[in-house]
Design a protein around this ligand. Structure first.
Ligand SMILES: Nc1ncnc2c1ncn2[C@@H]1O[C@H](COP(=O)(O)OP(=O)(O)OP(=O)(O)O)[C@@H](O)[C@H]1O
Ligand SMILES: [Mg+2]
Length: 279
């Protein structure tokens, strides 16, 4: 595990509350993420994990609360401004262009992350050749840096699903964000490939000096990579701390599995990370 130096947080969420009609999806949540750490957000289906990510990246508007990134308040900024401040993300559903090459997927990722609202429709025609060349260069360099360059000219949809998930993460990393938000990178990845995913995430985080906020149901991945973990349940924080301690907390096991299951089965299931529906 990386030794996390206690510094002022890179991301500071205070009193975040999100409502969808009568449903309180996030309830007065406080969360702090320190630069350089891998922070995992876990919890049962519907706990509010993706809603936290959507609040940070700007896809939804919280009712109450503040989110500061490197000291700057985010909630008043549109999504593309947040991306240009250095926040990248992946989505729960894989969002690759399956008929495009891997390289082109990394090219489009740069355009969509930096598109400028009203001008986004016309800007592609105005972009200079030099800009295109530098975006291409950046995409290629990122693939080399992440050890994925052998896939550059492959059609994304033709690759094994585990590799497609890695390309999805590479898209989020192409602009070298200071913070990257990953929504279930292990979902759908075969169990025998999860360890490789863990190794790569650790390596990439170091290689690019980025901070990771990771939503994950796969507890093997969480235990392998996370410096700290927060458990959400019904939009509130149930537990937070070092993964080994938090994930063996009886209240956490109960939240995941309900109180009906036997203790042995609960622990076995939690260790396998199978007590959920993957997104
Ligand atoms: N756009 C929306 N409109 C209405 N309700 C929503 C919306 N997005 C999420 N919700 C609801 O908010 C709650 C939290 O959803 P969220 O997607 O954040 O959960 P999650 O923890 O990511 O779950 P999962 O593990 O299944 O992905 C759920 O009850 C969900 O149905
Ligand atoms: Mg989700």
């Amino acid at each position: 595990m990386t030794e996390v130096v206690q510094a002022s947080p890179l991301l500071e969420i205070h009193n975040l509350t999100v409502r969808f009609g009568g449903l309180v999806a996030i309830n007065a949540l406080d969360l702090q993420i320190v630069e350089g750490e891998i922070f995992a957000l876990v919890g049962p289906n519907g706990a509010g994990k993706t809603t936290v990510l959507n609040s940070i990246s700007g896809l939804i508007k919280p009712a109450v609360g503040t989110i500061q990134f490197a000291g700057q308040e985010l909630l008043s900024l549109p999504a593309h401004r947040r991306a240009s401040l250095g926040i990248g993300r992946t989505f729960q559903q894989l969002q690759l262009f399956s008929s495009m090459t891997v390289l082109d997927n990394l090219l489009t990722a740069q355009h969509t992350q930096l598109q400028t609202g009203i001008l986004s429709g016309v800007l592609p025609f105005w972009r200079s050749k030099r800009e295109d060349a530098s975006a291409r260069q950046r995409a290629l360099e990122t693939l080399v840096q992440l050890g994925l360059d052998s896939y550059a000219q492959r059609i994304a949809g033709s690759l094994p699903f585990g590799i497609q998930k890695l390309i999805g993460v590479a898209r989020a990393l192409v602009l070298h964000p200071r913070l990257v938000l990953l929504d279930e990178p292990a979902a759908g990845v075969p169990p025998q490939e999860v360890q490789e995913l863990a190794t790569r995430l650790r390596f990439w985080q170091k290689e690019l000096s980025t901070t990771l906020l990771l939503i994950e149901h796969n507890m093997r991945l969480v235990q392998a990579v996370a410096d700290r973990v927060c458990v959400l349940d019904y939009g509130s924080k149930l537990a937070e701390g070092e993964p080994r301690t938090v994930l063996s907390n009886p209240a956490v096991l109960t939240a995941y599995l309900g109180s009906g299951a036997s203790k042995k089965t609960q622990q076995e299931q939690a260790a396998e990370g199978i007590s959920h529906v993957e997104g």
